[in-house]
Design a binder for this molecule. Structure first.
Ligand SMILES: Nc1nc2c(ncn2[C@@H]2O[C@H](COP(=O)(O)OP(=O)(O)OP(=O)(O)O)[C@@H](O)[C@H]2O)c(=O)[nH]1
Length: 634
């Protein structure tokens, strides 16, 4: 049964129409492209699910929670990582009472700050945004950050309060808050429940009424913007695009404008909610294309697609190469897994243009990779996928940001790894900074300020959203917030604060590299770049921890923290002479040999730093407890 027949057969679904999969080049005036922007957990996926259902794109019995979040990790963590888009048909009466058919494209944007660039590209593909706010929580930091991005792109904003079915919902209060921020009347704020579906058909009607239709030149050479690309094991790379001008049809040769590479279009289609091939995509349409490329780096988010012959000469604006912001070393706990890790990274990179890696060796951890990530969440997700999908057991070194160092001679180096820190040769050091928005009940202002100051933050401004809730804007070094900042913020505000941040250039800073030495030998995995005022604290923490973790040796072992040649902290592991033969008096030579063999076995799992034997587990424990204390949680 086609969607049209289904709609006809079911009077309660009078709005539903065909998905237009078999016709092409929908009249742009009948198209509406929009996204939903919301703070984490405010119900974006649930609302999208309801829209899929109400438009008849997904049948009741096929419905599963969070239809659009396809990756397992996404569903488990309840967060959206990859933008998915879907075509939704809708039928509505115009002002003359004549029924009109429309096509909406709902572009599902990733919510997390690590993926801001992907969010900005997804917004670029839309003319409107539903600003979704939990009616029991009010506006949170991520709502604001995404709202500013959407306003920047001149999108029409439709304010909506969600979860009005909750007993704790206070829509009147929060409608006022939203109206204040976007400058509308509280009565303009729609009220829905993604869970029960209440108010959702009216919301869809408003999307059609308020969101402008796409504009473009259908006779111009084709230009389409890539806003997502995903690797599929069977199909190769599936690229999601929004056509701006002209049209793209299968079997044509297209060109990626950032690199000039050409590919044949094997398939063009729409998603509704599964991929459906079409005869092409026209102005304003959103869909997918398949060219047979095997690597997402050949089909990059933000790039413009045009025709290879007679194509456009000017690319759409806003393309940016993915740029890792956070680096960390990844090592297999079992050294023999190194080739597996290498293959796994190769495979993941097919699907993740932002992931970079290069081989590195560490005295402490053996062979591994230095990996670059968009942020801490990206790092966690990558690590989790490596462990889960490739059955690896991994240890990662403490993450660091990217520093720009001007040397005495005036040359510049970019440092992504403490091991190449130009010790004693730096004239100026620059670190990345972020603009951070924090929203919390006003009673916590004092403790939030204290936290931000302790992290070298500078207050940029403060506004009351309502009588009891306040927005604080800080500039902070990125290195200070990628660690345990969010955890500390949550615990100081009893979980009530929310935060978001965006990169905001760099600042000069007095940074130093702290090395940790065992018997005078630096242990590379523990070297860290920190502000000079935090150096002693890091040194003390690591030396104390290692003293607990490293077994006593037959000689005394000093554990020191040093900046260059200056020692800033020290602990000693006292000597012990472990004579395994001590209890073996008498002449049983075979028993003696057995004990000596056993001792040798144990030593195999040891790493030798200088003369000191350190069990691999000690490194793992020291690094993971460091990571655990620094780990941000959602
Ligand atoms: N009572 C009620 N609960 C809702 C409603 N909408 C969503 N929820 C619940 O709120 C939680 C978060 O909903 P999601 O749809 O996963 O939120 P999200 O904004 O997509 O979350 P992220 O993908 O993590 O950004 C889930 O437990 C939903 O069941 C609603 O209208 N009423």
């Amino acid at each position: 049964m086609t969607a049209v027949q289904r709609a006809a057969a079911s009077p309660s679904q009078e709005h539903q129409i065909s998905t237009f999969a078999d016709t092409t080049f929908t009249d742009p005036e009948k198209i509406r492209n929009f996204c939903i922007i919301a703070h984490i957990d405010h119900g974006k996926s649930t609302l999208a699910d309801r829209m899929l259902q109400l438009t008849g794109v997904v049948e009741e019995r096929q419905m599963r929670a969070q239809y659009l979040d396809r990756m397992d990790i996404e569903r488990e963590r309840g967060i959206t990582i990859k933008a998915q888009n879907v075509r939704l048909p809708w039928r509505m009466k115009d002002e003359n009472g004549v029924e009109q058919e429309f096509v909406m494209h709902l572009i599902d944007t990733p919510g997390h700050v690590d993926f801001t660039y992907e969010v900005s590209r997804a917004l670029e593909a839309c003319e409107g945004a539903v600003l979704l706010v939990d009616a029991a929580q009010g506006i949170e930091a991520q709502t604001l950050a995404n709202l500013y991005l959407a306003l920047d792109k001149d999108l029409t904003i439709i304010p909506v309060l969600n979860k009005i079915d909750l007993p704790a919902a206070d829509p009147d209060r929060y409608a006022g808050e939203i109206a204040n921020i976007i400058g509308c009347e509280p009565s303009d704020v729609l009220r829905v429940s993604g869970k029960t579906g209440q108010g959702v058909p009216e919301l869809i009607d408003e999307v059609i009424r308020q969101v402008p239709h796409p504009m473009g030149d259908s006779d111009a050479p084709a230009r389409a913007m890539i806003f997502d690309s995903v690797y599929d094991t069977y199909r190769g790379v599936v690229t999601y695009v929004r056509v701006v001008d002209g049209k793209i049809v299968p079997r044509e040769k297209i060109k990626m404008m950032s690199t000039g590479t050409t590919h044949e279009l094997l398939e063009v289609g729409i998603v509704s909610p599964e991929p459906k091939p079409t005869k092409g995509l026209g102005v304003g349409e959103v869909g997918y294309l398949i060219t047979g490329v095997k690597d997402v780096r050949q089909s990059k988010v933000g790039d413009t697609i045009t025709l290879a012959r007679g194509g456009a000469t000017e690319a759409l604006t806003g393309y940016r190469e993915p740029r890792p912001m956070v680096y960390s070393g990844l090592y297999p706990v079992d050294g023999s897994d190194y080739p597996v890790l290498r293959d796994a990274l190769d495979k993941l990179q097919l699907n993740d243009a932002a992931l970079t890696y290069e081989p590195e060796t560490s005295v402490a951890l053996g062979f591994g990779f230095r990996c670059g990530f968009l942020g801490l969440l990206h790092m966690e997700i990558t690590r989790e996928r490596l462990e889960r999908e490739f059955n690896l057991d991994l240890i990662s070194t403490a993450p660091n940001v990217v520093y720009r160092v001007v040397l005495e001679g005036g040359q510049e180096v970019v440092v992504t790894n403490p091991s190449v820190w130009p010790e004693g040769k730096a004239r100026e050091i620059y670190e990345p900074i972020v603009k951070c928005t924090i929203i919390a009940p006003s009673e916590f202002i004092g403790s939030i300020m204290e936290l931000c100051q302790s992290r070298r933050g500078e207050l940029g401004g403060m506004d009351y959203l309502s009588e009891t809730r306040v927005e604080l804007r800080y500039t902070l070094p990125m290195a200070e917030i990628i660690f345990d900042f969010f955890d500390s913020l949550k615990s100081r505000t009893r979980g009530y604060a929310s935060m978001d941040y965006e990169e905001s250039g760099e600042q000069e800073a007095a940074l130093v590299k702290v090395d940790i030495l065992l018997q005078g030998e630096a242990v590379d995995a523990f070297s860290m770049i920190v502000h000079k005022d935090s150096a002693a604290a890091y040194g003390n923490r690591m030396t104390t921890k290692l003293k607990e973790l490293i077994p006593r040796q037959q000689f005394e072992v000093p554990i020191q923290a040093a900046i260059g040649s200056k020692i800033i902290a020290r602990e000693n592991i006292r000597a012990i002479r472990k004579d395994v033969l001590a209890k073996c008096y008498g002449g049983d030579i075979s028993r003696k040999r057995k004990l000596l063999e056993k001792q040798k076995e144990g030593k195999k799992r040891m790493k030798t730093i200088g003369r000191v034997d350190v069990p691999q587990e000690a490194f793992v424990a020291a690094l993971s407890s460091e990571a655990a204390s620094d780990k941000p949680k959602k």
